[in-house]
Design a protein around this ligand. Structure first.
Ligand code: DOR
Ligand code: ZN
Length: 346
């Protein structure tokens, strides 16, 4: 049995750090294990242009632990008003790596998102031309579409069309949750997907059976077990189209444990450890390094990291909560022993 594993330092290709005082909590968790992270732009005031992205990057760096080499890779938030010029400007900025499509109303802070994807033609054309990857929250928001079907309907109605119209555009289907998403990614060039620890570890029973568990509520919502099996297969297959993106999404306990709670699992306190647990359960620890440290960098056309980290098999329990914004942040799986730990570097 493997009890110690040294891998190239991983990157997180989908991360929410929030802003303001929260950065003093969130950044250090990711910097502990990840060299780089694609930082999501869905702040209360979304990151809609290069200037805002650069200012946000400075705030993140300012909150990074001293001596840390953590690199935030910034993204733009697409709105109905994003122009081809905004895209060109972003593509010329060395700190911006992608733009994110949130359908309006799909998730946290998405009210400024895109209301009509058909109006994005000029923007997507510019992204293809300037080689800026498109990151997609692939869910429709129509109230008549069942929440468990929103991802596959988005793929059928919108993503297939975008894929056909812009064949050279690199697209990441973020936090894939269904077998339809896996099949779509497999079927198309220039198309990849991130996979989260919560969607690999849990199915919808973990959210709803025997009592509602708000800390397992995220979007896209957890699906049935057969979908989770498809994600596990994709993650551990050694297929470079699938790579690590935690979607770690901190909300305070007060915002989650309430009548209308926020979506998001905070996994950054133990992200690579949770993935190690997934890969071990599938007898695929030998595939963890490429999934976590190679395929994302390759897709973004960035160099692979040089540093290493070591994981050791050991049982430990996350604290009941962390302080954030003078309130409590409850870590994912707080009530279950974690099985792997990152060894502190000497
Ligand atoms: O669960 C989620 N939380 N899904 C998202 O798409 C957004 C995220 C957040 O920002 O809280
Ligand atoms: Zn996200």
């Amino acid at each position: 049995m493997t009890t110690k594993l040294t891998i190239t330092k991983p990157d997180d290709w989908h991360l929410h750090l929030r802003d303001g005082d929260a950065l003093n909590t969130t950044v250090a968790f990711s910097a502990r294990q990840f060299q780089r992270a694609i930082v999501m732009p869905n702040l209360a005031q979304p990151i809609i242009n290069t200037e805002l992205a650069l200012a946000y990057r400075q705030r993140i760096l300012h909150a990074s632990p001293s001596g840390s080499s953590f690199q935030p890779l910034m993204t733009l938030y697409l709105t109905d008003n994003t122009s081809a010029n905004d895209i060109q400007q972003a593509s010329l900025c060395e700190h911006i790596y992608a733009a994110k499509l949130y359908p309006a109303g799909a998730t946290t802070n998405s009210s400024n998102g895109v209301t009509d994807i058909n109006k994005l033609t000029d923007v997507l054309h510019a992204m293809q031309k300037h080689r800026l990857p498109l990151l997609v929250h692939a869910e429709v928001t129509d109230s008549d579409i069942d929440i468990f079907d929103r991802e596959q309907v988005f793929i059928d109605r919108h993503l297939s069309f975008i894929r056909r119209q812009f064949p050279e555009l690199r697209i990441v289907l973020e936090h894939a949750t269904t077998q339809q998403a896996i099949a779509f990614v497999n079927a198309h060039d220039n198309t990849a997907a991130t996979l989260t620890p919560q969607h690999l570890l849990l199915n919808r029973n973990d959210l709803l059976a025997g009592g509602i568990r708000p800390h397992n509520y995220c979007l896209p919502i957890l699906k049935r077990e057969s979908h989770r099996q498809a994600l596990l297969q994709a993650a551990t297959s050694g297929n470079p189209k699938f790579f690590l993106g935690t979607d770690s999404a901190p909300h305070t306990m007060q915002a989650k444990e309430t009548a209308c709670g926020c979506a998001g699992c905070f996994t950054a306190h133990a992200a690579i450890e949770l993935y190690a647990e997934v890969f071990e359960s599938e007898n695929a620890l030998d595939k963890l390094e490429a999934f976590s440290s190679f395929y994302g960098a390759d897709f973004y056309q960035l160099p692979r990291n040089k540093e290493k980290i070591t994981l050791v098999k050991t049982l430990w329990q996350a604290p009941a909560s962390f302080p954030m914004n003078d309130q409590a942040l409850i870590p994912f799986r707080q009530d279950i022993a974690l099985q792997w730990a990152v060894q502190a570097s000497d």
